[in-house]
Design a protein around this ligand. Structure first.
Ligand SMILES: [Fe+2]
Ligand SMILES: [Fe+2]
Length: 356
């Protein structure tokens, strides 16, 4: 599978654009004035050339001849005179054009519609973007999180996994730069897949997904400087972070939520040996629904992409879950194995501290 190629006459602008479009995939930025030609095999090409005079046109054509395979979609971003640029785009064989000053999400949407080669991933991307804006509007906007809001969010995620796969969902969500959105959506997606591995029916699957989606709602009360710190937390910051289960429980306790959901919000950091928090619960005091979410939660925290770390490869993350025997439910960890192995193509990396 090839990569996405962005050809530009201004590498700084090109890199900025690639960052804006990171949710499409990983971009290679090619400088039009680089003497070396781009390598062949791109899955999708985007050109962003502001000064498209005759020399630039020759260079762009040469780069496209080299990099663009048969049927590969090519989006031409239009700077300046639209009629002239449209004519140039036709000469170059562009699949479509768009104004260069269009917002990132419009470019992403256009790329998704143009491309037939990454349709499954594009479907996951559409769903994850929808779920992400839902989270931003409903969970992280200082509005009360109600059972109705939780229902809507859960349905979005259950439907997304049904129509795509946990692999595509994880790949797509891992590209989000907002750590908390990424985490909530990963845990919820893993929970849906876990319910499949456990053979749960639709009602139980929905309930588990809802619990997973809500589990870290208390993080909305944690200062963003701690939540989004681009590095490891120190002890004092970690102590603040550890208040999120009780904060989340306090947020929802009077909201008409089911007791089993409230238990997940409050107790998902409890460990079977009593070493967890906030209530140092042990063994039978920790309900099954909590145990299920805790496994998804830790696995998600390990495979997440952060500004300072690549995602840990899924099999490696699963191996860590296996070492937590005595703290996690070993039977449930075994049942989670096919879920962890369903998305093993994540990038390699490692971290010592996880903040779930
Ligand atoms: Fe979490
Ligand atoms: Fe948590």
């Amino acid at each position: 599978m090839g990569e996405f190629l962005l050809i530009t006459d201004d590498v700084h602008r090109g890199r900025r654009l690639a960052r804006d479009l990171v949710e499409c995939g990983s971009w290679r930025v090619h400088d039009l004035y680089d003497e070396a030609l781009p390598t062949a095999g791109a899955r999708l090409i985007l050109s962003d050339v502001e000064g498209l005079h005759s020399e630039a046109l020759v260079r762009l054509r040469r780069a496209l001849d080299q990099a663009r395979g048969k049927g590969v979609p090519y989006l031409f971003l239009v700077h300046g005179n639209a009629a002239r640029a449209e004519a140039q785009a036709r000469i170059l064989g562009a699949t479509d054009t768009l104004a260069a000053n269009a917002a990132g999400h419009l470019i992403t949407g256009k790329l998704a519609t143009m491309s037939r080669t990454w349709l499954p991933a594009a479907a996951a991307q559409r769903h994850t973007l929808r779920a992400k804006s839902f989270l931003a509007d409903a969970f992280f906007s200082n509005q009360a999180v109600t059972p109705a809001v939780a229902e809507t969010g859960t349905e979005l995620i259950v439907q997304a996994i049904r129509e795509t796969s946990v692999h595509d969902w994880v790949q797509s969500v891992q590209r989000f730069d907002d750590v908390t959105h990424q985490h909530c959506l990963l845990v919820a997606g893993l929970a849906v897949a876990f319910s499949g591995a456990l053979g749960l029916g639709p009602a139980d699957r929905h309930h588990l997904a809802k619990a997973a989606l809500l589990h870290d709602v208390g993080k909305t009360k944690i200062p963003t400087a701690i939540l989004n710190k681009p590095g490891k937390l120190d002890e004092a910051e970690f102590a603040v972070m550890r208040t999120h289960p009780a904060e989340g429980h306090a947020m929802l306790v009077a909201g008409g939520f089911d007791a089993s959901l409230l238990a997940v919000v409050r107790s998902h950091h409890e460990m079977l040996d009593g070493s967890g928090y906030p209530d140092r619960l042990k063994e039978a005091e920790i309900p099954d629904l909590v145990r299920l979410v805790t496994i998804c939660d830790i696995h998600a925290a390990l495979i997440e992409r952060r500004p300072y770390k690549a995602p840990m490869e899924a099999t490696k993350a699963y191996a860590i879950l296996e070492t937590m025997a005595g703290r996690l439910d070993a039977d449930l960890v075994r049942a989670f194995r096919p879920v962890a192995h369903a998305h093993t193509k994540a990038a390699m990396g490692a971290r010592e501290q996880y903040v779930a």
